[in-house]
Ligand binder design. Structure first.
Ligand SMILES: Cc1cc2nc3c(=O)[nH]c(=O)nc-3n(C[C@H](O)[C@H](O)[C@H](O)COP(=O)(O)O)c2cc1C
Length: 158
């Protein structure tokens, strides 16, 4: 039996274009993917969460984090063997958030299939992203977001 994992990083609080949210944009997409593929879910959460809840402060904080290229500690580890891993993140300053780098550097992904997906507000995907969707679509038009997710999953054989 092939096993699939969806690992994602996402923020609640104030996000660009959607206001204060209880569930992050990337989290919404991550859960759609998990539901459609029967995957387990791992949320990439930092041990010391100092990310501001206010968007203007968050972008400044994230900018500094990117400039110093830090690798924040992550809570917990992925247990078990997975053949396919979906890695989801919000586009932050045209890049992946630093905790996602930390996550990726913490495991050996050889012989595994890794798909990257992201939410964004105009820049699209970075890294070698396989699927990108607007954050406000994920948040406010779930039907459309889900349709895009399903189309993508079909294209890659799910
Ligand atoms: C720190 C920060 C930097 C961002 N930089 C970009 C960017 O460079 N390009 C872009 O299209 N969107 C950018 N955004 C918008 C987010 O990618 C978008 O709101 C995303 O859906 C947030 O996902 P989340 O709710 O899962 O955290 C940025 C948002 C934040 C908070």
């Amino acid at each position: 039996m092939s096993k699939t994992l969806v690992a994602y990083f996402s923020r609640t609080g104030e996000q660009y274009g959607v206001g204060d949210v209880l569930e992050g944009n990337t989290a919404i997409i991550a859960k759609m993917i998990a539901k459609k593929t029967g995957a387990d879910i791992f949320e990439i959460m930092v041990a010391e969460d100092n990310y501001p809840n206010k968007y203007p402060l968050l972008i400044e904080y994230a900018k500094k984090e990117k400039e110093s290229n830090v690798r924040p500690e992550i809570i917990g580890t992925v247990e078990g063997e997975y053949d396919t891993i979906f890695v989801g993140y919000p586009n932050w300053w045209g890049d992946m958030p630093m905790p996602v780098y930390k996550f990726l550097e913490s495991y050996d992904f050889s012989n595994k299939t890794v798909y990257y997906f992201c939410t964004h507000e105009g820049s699209g995907g970075v890294h070698k992203t396989d699927f990108a969707v607007y954050g406000h679509t994920a948040q406010n038009d779930r039907e459309e977001a889900e349709q895009k997710v399903v189309e993508w999953l079909k294209r890659i054989g799910f």
